[in-house]
Ligand binder design. Sequence first.
Ligand code: FEO
Ligand code: CA
Ligand code: CA
Length: 662
Amino acid sequence: MDELVRGLSKSQQAELAEDHGSNPSTGPTMGDVVAQRYNRRDLLKGLLAVPAIGAVSALAIETVERANAQAMNTSTTPSFNFTEIPAASQERDQVAEGYDADVLMRWGDPVLPGAPAFDPRNQTAAAQAMQFGYNNDYIGYFPIEGSSEHGLLAINHEYTNEELMFPGLGRQDTRTVAFRGMTKALADIEMMAHGGSVIEIRKTNGKWAVVPNSRYARRITAETPMEITGPARGHARMRTSYDPTGTLVRGMLNNCAGGRTPWGTWLTCEENVNGYFWGDMPESHPEFRNYRRMGIPGRWYNWGTYYDRFDVTKEPNEANRFGWTVEIDPFDPTFVPKKRTAMGRFKHEGAAGIVSGTGHYVIYQGDDERFDYVYRFVSRNRVTGNRAQDQHLLEDGTLSVARYDADGTVHWLPLVFGQGPLTAANGFQSQADVMIETRRASDLLGATRMDRPEDIDANFRTQRIYVMLTNNNRRTAEQVNPANPRADNRFGHIVEMIPPGDDHTAATFRWDILVRCGDPSVAGVGATFHPNTTRDGWFGMPDNCAIDGQGRLWIATDGNSPSRTGRADGLWALETHGQARATSKLFYRCPAGAELCGPEFVPDDTSLFVGNQHPGEADEENPNAQPTTFETATTRWPDFRPDMPPRPSIVAITKRGGGKIA
Ligand code: FEO
Ligand code: CA
Ligand code: CA
């Protein structure tokens, strides 16, 4: 169908967005190889050339051998005890045999007391503000009294798909339909469907349910008042006509993944905030360079036509107040969320925290854009165990950016005003400037440009850190580096970082590649899964991840589809140690069109929560795919009612009869 009619989904707009400093690929690409693969699968099997670069250093190999020698698992059989499910794409989701995957919470279900029942044909902003929001991404489980059967879930609502939410609307964007179907009433619903939810849940007779009218229940939206903390608090570049103090902001936007702190707070990370801003910023404007580096204004939403604060022409500083990590106490529904500017401003994916052996709190974060960076925040003060005191730890600390060297060393380069190039000569007058323009500061430090850093997790057992690099179809052969070894990297890879002992504050770590993703049976892809990985067991596009109670790694994906990888997204268990290292097994598969978010285990591993985001989207690289709308979605999961759209939902996975997952 004509693109003018078809329009662009929000994820397509993200794909098309300009990445500054990137070069277009030339020559035959991995994409060509793969397109052939999934069009003429059998014909081409095994006949392709091997252009992928094998730039793993001798030291990195030595690291692997040492890890293998020390491994807990000397068997080539992975430690994950479940029967793998088939890789496929179907209208329904599927979990491994012997497990139940029960829908716990859907878009539109009541969160706050008095919320009206979900009625998609008569939705209002007032109703949405009390109901579960759209596109659930991060899921954090906060136990009540240590329980694995009673706790809070804090959930991010990252963005909205207007074409799937609103009957008769279709896709809306600047390039094609000029938002002509949008109204202020619809924009208001979208704003209330963003943010986050806190719900109380309890497991009774083996089944999870939401506790109605909970005193913890909370909705956070694009309007919730928040406080700005840290070096950029009160800075002139943070002041607007609404907030001349530069300390208060309304709402959080595009909150993707997140994290939990040991003092029981929820970290929720603003990612593609550029898309919400509208208007024009002339090249002569002092914020032009800053905003261009973040892709602002992105114009993916037309809220700026109704609200001046989303129009950079009218309110040029508002966009500096987004792109931060937000800390929230989920146990206190009156808590004013805190934007933590000491952790930098970029397209934060998530926040993987760990207490260093030194006592400092350390958070690893990815900046999800092609050619952007991996960061580490080290708190200035040590964790005390006193909750009230520790709630201030993220106000002050040192942010560093990663440089991955060919000898297997990671160098953490501190982003500190006055050090190296971060001076007035380059336009930085203070630490606030360095944090507001974290990306430009990192460019100047010579950080390693990565293949879209998504989620990161720090393994509390082994101290190793896993970085999901989801893909980068714009990296050319000239741009490969040891930590990003494939040109036209369609399927992504996972980087492992190894601190010296348990010191996460050290200036240098070791690094290695755990696995290069994609179909191992296509030589040109250059995937490096363990040979015992089955045809169902490999995956592409790692996005979210989790470490279970045994210290094992689980990977949720975003971007697999019949046309790209011959499979839907899902949850794979991936061995990290021993002879079975890099063996992967498929545990749960999303309904059609969805990506998998979460995942989150309860402390004793007897339950696992996952989120299906944007079920019903089209397989966008299939040229024959019909555009999907409320009416024509590829699935109507989870209700399967003709009058109900597909609904992003949280799923609780438990073992039938009880017991630990896998
Ligand atoms: Fe929102 Fe980087 O995924
Ligand atoms: Ca993500
Ligand atoms: Ca994602």
